[in-house]
Ligand binder design. Sequence first.
Ligand SMILES: Cc1cc2nc3c(=O)[nH]c(=O)nc-3n(C[C@H](O)[C@H](O)[C@H](O)COP(=O)(O)OP(=O)(O)OC[C@H]3O[C@@H](n4cnc5c(N)ncnc54)[C@H](O)[C@@H]3O)c2cc1C
Length: 439
Amino acid sequence: MIMNPHTTRRRFPNNTKVVARFKFIDMKYDNIIIGGGLSGLVCGIESARSGRKTAIVSAGQSALHFWSGSFEFLCNEDSRIVIDHPLERAERLDESHPYRKIGVSNVSKLLDRVLPLLREAGIKVNGSLERNHYRLTPFGYSRPAWLTLDEYLSFQSPSELKGKRAAIVNIYSYLDFYPRFLALGLSKLDVECVTASVNVPQLDILRKSTTEMRATNMSRFLTDSAVDDLAREVNRVSSDCDMVIMPAVLGIFDDEPVNRLRRGVDRPVFFVATTPASVPGVRCQLSLRDYFTSLGGTYMPGDTVVGGEISDGRIRKIYTSNFGSIPLIAENYVICTGSFFGHGLIANMDKIYEPVFGLDLNAPDDRTEWYDKNFYASQPYMGYGVVTDEKFRPMKEGKVIENLYATGALLSGFNALKEGSGAGITLATALHAASCITR
Ligand SMILES: Cc1cc2nc3c(=O)[nH]c(=O)nc-3n(C[C@H](O)[C@H](O)[C@H](O)COP(=O)(O)OP(=O)(O)OC[C@H]3O[C@@H](n4cnc5c(N)ncnc54)[C@H](O)[C@@H]3O)c2cc1C
């Protein structure tokens, strides 16, 4: 067993209730996925869909909870120059980049599965790998994207919006949405804007405390007749406009409230991301989880994989906080624990490490090399992650672990922020791992 100094304290807690419940359950799987963010869920869905007995162990929040509403494939060169044709540009990436390791034409084939998979899960997005489109950011900028939620304001070219009149409609006393930034940004695209805020009595209960007026809280109240009331108010303030732009605060469990509002308003309604937590992001996470479990997958929420046994180059079993000394056993394992944000990588004063298996990383020991003092420069730590072979199997002490695959933000060889490539790499490597573990 790997005795990880950073996790041993929480390895065998007194979880007698959990242990008693699962003592006689068969904890053997074909595939176990560690981490239930975008990459873990997509990999788990493909594994379960192929008939493999699959479990996902998921510790907590993922990047999806902060989702902008768009998936990026390859959007920017040096953070600034916009890439129009991402597949063409991907061919010129460094050979160590995940897209080049899979092969750009293979990436394109793998990603053909994304739109149908998301639609099967009830997530409606649009876009193409051939050409990036734009979405409107909460601060009124146009930002390139690969796929964007149907309900969001997106456009192929800013000229599409020219000459339109938009009503930017906020919810009264909601502070995490910035109509004036949006109006300023849209005015640069020759869109004339009016701003308004509307109220529905169903939200009054949240206004008792300003901290309660958050997107995820509001979405729980904005259902059924509250949506009809909201639609009436929106119609009242937008009668002389071509379109309505609102904060994305509807539909945390499914998109029915969004569709209901759109049916009730007399002109097209589009949404713009708010300050996190992201309501569409939570919906996306829940929809993927539900799709996974509907395919027979076992989802273990709120549990953390804390270590495992490796012998002869293979993982034999893993241990989690909740199951304590009861191991989980599988043929294959996929590690999808994210980067620093997901706690897939941990940085302390002395080192950066991968906390589950102690996998090899491309991070140097000298912490002064981790960052650039110029805050706006490309930060080296953004490119750190696990080192893998060409099949994305991680290494430990220079040796490949044969039945372990790594995906998503945990990988090295790219800077998602600088390139605008986070979801593309996540989805491509998740589908690549799924193809390996379902062979
Ligand atoms: C805040 C934020 C917002 C982003 N927004 C966008 C966006 O809008 N569009 C875009 O294209 N890209 C975005 N990205 C890039 C993002 O990294 C990818 O799009 C993608 O969502 C990463 O998915 P992941 O599954 O690899 O990692 P994560 O989403 O980080 O998920 C990792 C999961 O593993 C769990 N986990 C960690 N350790 C363990 C363990 N030991 N045991 C069990 N579970 C564990 C974590 O709790 C977490 O749920 C964003 C990134 C961040 C950090």
